[in-house]
Design a protein around this ligand. Structure first.
Ligand code: UDP
Length: 458
């Protein structure tokens, strides 16, 4: 880089909550080193972030920029996954235009690096055309990233059809030290059998990784100590996580929903290690029957609970609770539309995390020393659940009954089992220590990030 020029990272997330948030955490850390960051969202995502931001959300080191959503009249603007399809068509041009405008308006702060979600690896072409270095960011586990590259190969060899269904065999295994994937646990498997549109869409996202090797750096939201076998399968991977431990400041908007922090005050009133925290991330939906069973299971457990009930949790219908449920649980239960999750998980009153096992939630709970009750829903969550239950042994799985429902009795049983066996808490605390050591000065994630920042400055 010429003397006097400041490095400038332009970050491009996949337009989903679980991708925007960890990339922003990483960008805050990069910006803290005096590097300029421009964070680019599709317009509708940008609007959601601003709508949910509290008034003091502002960060002078990070500029929020937008590109158009690229919707045509045929596209469904209410489907959260529509942008996965529209952006790859329009963004190569709109992003190039944006970078060229930035470069010409301030030649001393030209974009030197484009840091894009690896599932949008077509962005790397745009980076190269504008003279910036392409760098990848990977929000899921290293194991899932390795599996995606492996399945791309299987697809090219004809072992997977165009919907991602396996033609041969039932299991994909990458190493004896990584749990395998059954055909129903692949990342594009959707919970509604026969939903080939959704399955195809998720499989298309996998194909989005095909240009990933254009980037020499893949910054991954994991740490070597949690996934040594998987990290070794990925030559370009630089584990730099868990990114939720990188910084606690909340100065740039990252939420698609408005946070209700009243739950922190409610948690203050509960005994240490007593509360079941229940949250399913940003995309899981439930039938009314399943919502009823969950509510009644929490009530039956007799434990205090904090439950995140997103306004869209019942898949477009208003959320209805079982008769008299809210009156009966009273102060024992707290329900919010969206929680400050990492702060909740750091609160001493939290005993366990009933989670859909999204990778961010998995990292957040694990790095805060909270054991899990696993309720995987789709995509990489099946495999994250296997890490928790089979490898790290810091949680228990809530099983379906023969009708495909997680019953109130199963929920109550697993809550009791988790509370009565200290092994899960002990294992999570050991994992938390590993994560903190990795991200702390001199740790493996710390050194990888330091190496990357030095590289940006060169
Ligand atoms: N999250 C939050 N408040 C909530 C629920 C979730 O801040 O009430 C955050 C959570 O901390 C995590 C992200 O939303 O960083 C969800 O990502 P994850 O990978 O766990 O699940 P996804 O939404 O991608 O299914």
């Amino acid at each position: 880089m010429a003397t006097g020029n400041r490095p400038h990272v332009l970050a491009v997330p996949l337009p989903a909550q679980g991708h925007v948030k960890p990339l922003m955490s990483l960008c805050r850390q990069i910006a803290k080193h005096g590097i300029k960051v421009t964070f680019v969202n599709a317009q509708s995502i940008h609007d959601k972030l601003l709508l949910s931001a509290s008034e003091d959300d502002s960060d002078n080191n990070i500029v929020m920029a937008t590109v158009p959503d690229g919707l045509t009249p045929e596209d469904d603007p209410d489907n959260p996954f529509t942008l996965f399809e529209t952006l790859p068509k329009t963004m190569p041009q709109t992003l190039k235009d944006l970078i060229e405008t930035i470069n010409s308006s301030n030649p001393n702060e030209k974009v030197t690096c484009v840091l894009a979600d690896l599932s949008f690896s077509w962005v790397f072409d745009v980076a190269e055309k504008t003279g910036a270095e392409p760098v990848g960011f990977s929000p899921p586990s290293a194991a899932c990233l390795a599996m995606l590259f492996h399945t791309l190969k299987l697809f090219e060899q004809g072992d997977l059809d165009s919907n991602g269904s396996m033609k041969n065999g039932d299991v994909i295994s990458l190493s004896d030290d990584i749990p395998s994937w059954t055909k129903d646990e692949l990342s594009w498997h959707v919970p509604r059998p026969g939903d080939t549109k959704a399955q195809k869409l998720f499989f298309e996202l996998v194909k989005g990784y095909k240009d990933a090797t254009k980037a020499k750096w893949w910054l991954c939201n994991t740490c070597y100590e949690l996934e040594p076998a998987a990290a070794q399968l990925l030559p370009n991977a630089f584990p730099i996580g868990p990114v939720n431990l990188l910084n606690s400041d909340n100065s740039t908007p990252t939420n698609f929903y408005s946070e209700d922090s009243s739950c922190l005050r409610w948690l203050d009133t509960k005994p240490v290690g007593s509360v079941v925290y229940v949250s399913f991330g940003s995309s899981a939906f439930f039938s009314q029957q399943q919502l009823d069973e969950l509510a009644l299971g929490l009530e039956l457990s007799g434990r205090p609970f904090l439950w995140v009930v997103r306004p869209d949790l019942a898949n477009g219908s208003p959320v209805v609770y079982p008769d008299g449920f809210l009156d009966r649980v009273g102060e024992v239960g707290k329900i919010v539309g969206w929680a400050p999750q990492d702060r909740v998980l750091s609160h001493p009153s939290i005993a366990c995390f009933l989670s859909h096992c999204g990778w961010n939630s998995t990292m957040e709970g694990t790095s805060r020393g909270v054991p899990f009750l696993c309720w995987s829903y789709f995509t990489d969550q099946y495999h994250n659940e296997r890490y928790i239950c089979d490898v790290w042994e810091n949680g228990l799985k809530i099983e379906f009954d023969e009708e495909g429902i997680r019953s109130r009795h199963e929920i109550k049983k697993k809550i009791s089992m988790l509370f009565s066996d200290n092994k899960f808490k002990e294992n999570t605390v050991k994992l938390k220590e590993k994560c903190c050591k990795s991200i702390g000065e001199g740790g493996s994630s710390y050194k990888n990030l330091e190496k990357f920042i030095d590289h940006l400055r060169r």
